[in-house]
Design a binder for this molecule. Structure first.
Ligand code: PLP
Length: 408
């Protein structure tokens, strides 16, 4: 039974959501179909909106703190969805995943220390390192032909090993945004072994952990980290899975007592509080009533993924088939356009998508240099929106080709 209406646009112009209301600022136009920032256009599932409505009806919004019930909801979710059993005391509430990374960098690395990231990657990974006055080390992912003929990203372990010798921390994106990889236990074990050999602490961002496609399972970094003996912790949140990202709130899972104590000291020192009434309400409802939701959601997302893959078959665009996330990474290098900032308009990849196709996607280059020539499309929208977007893309490209072929 459906718990949300996957055909309803719950975000729309004037609803106060970034995706629609920042179009002018981001794309220079208000009329593009917005398929960029990583949230969903359809409503959160019924059990979440009903719990929030009930909380709202109480009319009191005083301070809130996670209780044993919230922690139980988290440990139950991790066990039920990911077969990951954690003790309640390992859970530490955080305001969000990125703020938790900032705290981790401050708590566990020295000023100027090298922190490794693996681009193309969710762009705040760059800034969160630089903002703490640390040195960014890039370990770019490598594209590889996969067994089904598509391409996928793999890690460059040789380079990682060399870089780790001088680094203090690695920010891991598991599953990976924008590449859509659900890293395998074997890949993660190699990361953990490198972390252990060089005493590089691994912070595993697992915010997309629930969003794997049918038949694919997420591997928590925890599964390999303890055996390898590396220093690590994981940080995640229910916001991507249940479309509550704008409410905020997340949690870290930190089994090592010493690491947890040090992290907690840093966290408390920031005086950010322990959560909002709505964040905690949404988390509890989501994690206690939502066991069937991720599979249902990802069946819908898979339809949209397939629509894009089919629609681009005869265009010079190669989608990278994702194992996880509702984001699809499009290799547009075959279009012969460029994302250099000063490119004349008719050579610009971003301007083609905005001005000619009327689409507001995320530009690949913001995820780092390996994203040059790529675009990222957000699939978490009604299927008719994806279909309209693909029609606009095709028509724009056909017009472009016709223009090129017209004799001067
Ligand atoms: C990999 C990844 N980490 C973190 C976030 C954001 O997390 P938060 O809003 O909790 O800081 C996102 C949002 O797109 C993401 O894709």
């Amino acid at each position: 039974m459906s718990q949300t209406d996957f055909t309803r646009l719950a975000q729309y112009p004037g609803s106060g959501c970034e995706k629609y209301d920042r179009r002018g600022e981001i794309f220079g136009r208000e009329d593009v179909i917005p398929l960029w920032v990583a949230d969903m256009d359809f409503p959160a599932p019924d059990f979440v909106t009903e719990a929030l409505a009930a909380r709202l009806a109480d009319g009191a919004f005083g301070y809130a703190k996670p209780t044993a019930e919230h922690v139980g909801a988290i440990t139950g979710w991790l066990a039920g969805q990911h077969d990951w059993r954690v003790a309640p005391e390992t859970i530490v509430p955080v305001p969000g995943v990125v703020p938790a990374m900032a705290m981790a960098i401050r708590a566990f690395t020295s000023p100027g220390a090298r922190v490794i990231i693996q681009p193309p990657v969710y762009f705040p990974f760059f800034q969160v390192v630089l903002d703490q006055g640390r040195t960014l080390v890039e370990n770019p992912l490598v594209e590889q032909e996969s067994t089904d003929g598509g391409r996928r990203y793999v890690m460059d372990f040789e380079a990682l090993e060399a870089q780790a010798a001088e680094a203090e921390m690695l920010l891991l994106c598991n599953p990976h945004n924008p590449g859509g990889r659900a890293w395998s236990a074997d890949e993660l074990a190699r990361v953990a072994a490198i972390g252990a050999r060089h005493d590089v602490m691994v912070i595993s961002d697992e915010i997309h952990m629930d969003l794997t496609y049918p038949g694919i399972r997420h591997t928590p970094f925890a599964r390999v980290a303890e055996a390898a003996g590396c220093r690590w912790f994981t940080v995640t949140a229910p916001g991507k899975t249940f479309n509550t990202a704008g409410i905020g709130g997340g949690y870290a899972v930190i089994p090592d007592t010493e690491i947890r104590t040090r992290f907690d000291q840093e966290r408390r020192g920031m005086h950010l509080g322990e959560g909002s009434v709505f964040g905690l309400t949404a988390l509890k409802a989501a994690y206690t009533q939502g066991a069937h939701w991720p599979a249902e959601l990802m069946r819908h997302i898979a339809v949209n993924r397939d629509r894009v893959i089919e629609a681009t078959e005869d265009l010079p665009i190669e989608p990278m088939p994702p194992e996880a996330t509702y984001l699809l990474w499009l290799d547009c290098r075959g279009m012969g356009l460029s994302d250099a900032v000063r490119e004349p308009e008719d050579r610009s990849l971003q301007r083609f998508f905005i001005d000619e196709a009327g689409l507001g996607l995320s530009q690949g280059i913001i995820f780092g240099e390996p994203g040059r020539g790529y675009m990222r499309i957000n699939l978490a929208t009604p299927t008719r929106v994806i279909e309209r977007a693909m029609t606009q893309l095709r028509e724009a490209w056909e017009k472009r080709i016709a223009r090129r072929q017209r004799p001067a």
